[in-house]
Design a protein. Structure first.
Length: 180
């Protein structure tokens, strides 16, 4: 299922170990290609908290799960399809990144900067107030569609996409707390 809160901690730990192994391998290969004194800039989609169950990604996944469940209730999506769907992502914390980088003796961390971005790419306002929740909901849904649309279409079919992202637009337009 899609909801991270239903993911057993043992599965989360496996994703953490896989991230550490893959990222360590990536760093080792990149460090071999760097010239002496060279630098890398790495950008990640991650989380602020050390708690893997805390964060905006979980909220977004929960909203997608709610929209998909509503399609099951209405008979537009088969329950078995929903039950077999999974978004296998792992978003590391800053501490996890530092730990793996520091294990590579060839690399030194010059700077780590945590940036936050708004889920609505057109909203650059400060604070938690959303000027136009309906328009912002559409912007967020379109951003999610760009990232997840192909995955969702391949699993649930092309026709479900329009309905699903329409539901996400509506739910996010009424849930201002998601934008920050």
């Amino acid at each position: 299922m899609l909801e991270i809160m239903t993911t057993p901690i043992s599965v989360v730990r496996q994703y953490q170990k896989l991230f550490e192994k893959d990222f360590s391998t990536f760093l080792e290969l990149c460090s071999n290609e760097l010239v002496s004194g060279g630098q890398m800039l790495l950008t990640f989609l991650g989380r602020k908290s050390e708690d893997v169950f805390d964060g905006d990604q979980n909220t977004i996944h929960d909203l997608i799960a709610q929209a998909l469940r509503s399609l099951v209730v209405e008979g537009l999506v088969e329950k078995e399809k929903l039950d077999s769907f999974n978004i296998p992502t792992y978003m590391p914390s800053v501490h996890e990144l530092k730990t793996v980088i520091m294990q590579n003796s060839k690399l030194v961390i010059n700077q780590i900067h945590l940036s936050e971005s708004n889920w609505d790419p057109y909203d650059d306002s400060e604070g938690d107030v959303v000027a136009n929740p309906v328009e912002s909901g559409l912007n967020v849904a379109n951003s999610l569609r760009a990232v997840l649309g192909a995955l969702l279409a391949s699993h649930f079919g092309e026709t479900v996409q329009d309905i699903l992202f329409s539901r996400l637009t509506e739910s996010q337009g009424s849930a201002e707390w998601i934008y920050r």
